[in-house]
Write a protein that binds this ligand. Structure first.
Ligand code: NAD
Ligand code: UFG
Length: 335
């Protein structure tokens, strides 16, 4: 298949491009580079021996996107492009709504104009808000989302659902990711956050490599195994393979599928797993709870198994080893 990969220069898109190429597909990347570095494309070429077609464009530029669809026979789209920083989205909600919603509206419109019917979208477990664990796809989405970023995910899901209802030949899937971590085992591609990392794993790896003094742990008095927050961490290569499975098993209609391991891991458990994998000590201090954080959640991963014939195969230890391999080989990321 020829697959347009929006946001394909970024963290999850770059790992997915490798899996697509290895499975014999042709990814065609469009990215504005607002949060990524083209060096990842050179690294993908190093891993796969294949040079990808790349267009630097903002998805909101309808003429540019239309030209890409006109000059390539596309079979499907994987839509990763979007801004993802939860804190920044509360400071700049319009920027988030404009970027994440307008880009998807233009994409859906151009797909319709060119009769491209298969779409896989990067959604998030954040659409569940606060709900009993494990999170199941049948739960109502959109209640109790605490930030504009999360609402953009929910609104895009609703847009896709409405569009799919209007044309029963469309095959649309929202993949609700839990917490992506890890890196390609080569150490050539990985997560490359700008500035201070918001997420736990890149913070840990930056402490390990000496860029930061110590990790701050947001709360140790939750009702969890050790008082720290619990999440469902998923290796980015498992996640990437989930996209391939979603394309292969696409069927008409609009579908939502969780991509998670089905297991919860606490902050301290992840820190200790990392210390063993990397052979380093991670100094930390306990800070107050972070506003908007939920105590604990993880996926019901059974629908992905039955519908997509997909399940995670990599462990937390694999993810820690691969994150450390990436960070230690690239202390400054792609810069
Ligand atoms: P990333 O920032 O590394 O990649 C996103 C890419 O999209 C970047 O390369 C960026 O330059 C590009 N982009 C943003 N807006 C664009 C636009 N208007 N036009 C063209 N390109 C644009 O992020 P990631 O971690 O790879 O995440 C990929 C997707 O998965 C995002 O939609 C994100 O919201 C979603 N997601 C990520 C996580 C996570 O923790 N990483 C969790 C759940 C969902
Ligand atoms: N944490 C710390 N210290 C840090 C960073 C995080 O203790 O420096 C803790 C958090 O409090 C939480 C856990 O580590 O308990 C995971 O936090 P992350 O920021 O890594 O991830 P979140 O679960 O908060 O959010 C992630 C993505 C969002 C997505 C959400 C949905 O960043 O984009 O998952 O599952 F919406």
């Amino acid at each position: 298949m020829n697959i347009l990969v929006t946001g394909g220069v970024g963290y999850i898109g770059s790992h997915t491009a490798v899996k697509l190429i290895e499975a014999g597909h042709t990814p065609i990347v469009v990215d504005s580079l607002v949060n990524s570095n083209v060096e990842s494309l050179a690294r993908i070429e190093q891993i796969t021996g294949t040079k990808q077609l790349f267009y630097k464009a903002d998805l909101r530029d309808r003429d540019a996107l239309d030209a890409i669809f006109s000059s390539n026979r596309l079979d499907a789209v994987i839509h990763f492009a979007g801004l993802k920083a939860v804190g920044e989205s509360t400071e700049k909600p319009l920027y988030y709504y404009q970027n994440n919603l307008d880009s998807t509206l233009v994409l859906l419109d151009v797909m319709q104009a060119h009769a491209v019917k298969k779409l896989v979208f990067s959604s998030s477990a954040t659409v569940y808000g606060s709900a009993p664990v494990p999170y199941v796809e049948t739960y109502p989405a959109g209640q109790g989302i605490t930030n504009p970023y999360g609402r953009t995910k929910y609104f895009v899901e609703e847009m896709m659902s409405d569009v799919a209802k209007s044309d029963d030949t469309l095959e649309f899937t929202s993949l609700r990711y839990f917490n992506p971590v890890g890196a390609h085992p080569s150490g050539l591609i990985g997560e490359n956050p700008n500035g201070t990392p918001n997420n736990l794993m890149p913070y840990i790896t930056q402490v390990a490599v000496g860029k930061r003094d110590k990790l701050g742990i947001f709360g140790d008095n939750y009702d969890t195994i050790d008082g720290t927050g619990v999440r469902d961490y998923i290796h980015v290569d498992d996640l990437a393979e989930g996209h391939l499975a979603a394309l292969i098993h696409a069927t008409p209609g609009y579908h939502t599928v969780n991509l998670g391991s089905g297991r919860g891991t606490s902050v301290l458990e992840l820190v200790h797993a990392f210390e063993v994998a990397a052979g380093v000590t991670i100094p930390y201090k306990i800070l107050p709870r972070r506003s908007g954080d939920l105590p604990a959640y993880y996926a019901d991963a059974s629908l992905a198994a039955s519908r997509l014939n997909w399940r995670t195969t990599r462990t937390i230890e694999d993810a820690c080893r691969d994150s450390w391999n990436w960070q230690s080989k690239n202390p400054e990321g792609y810069n």
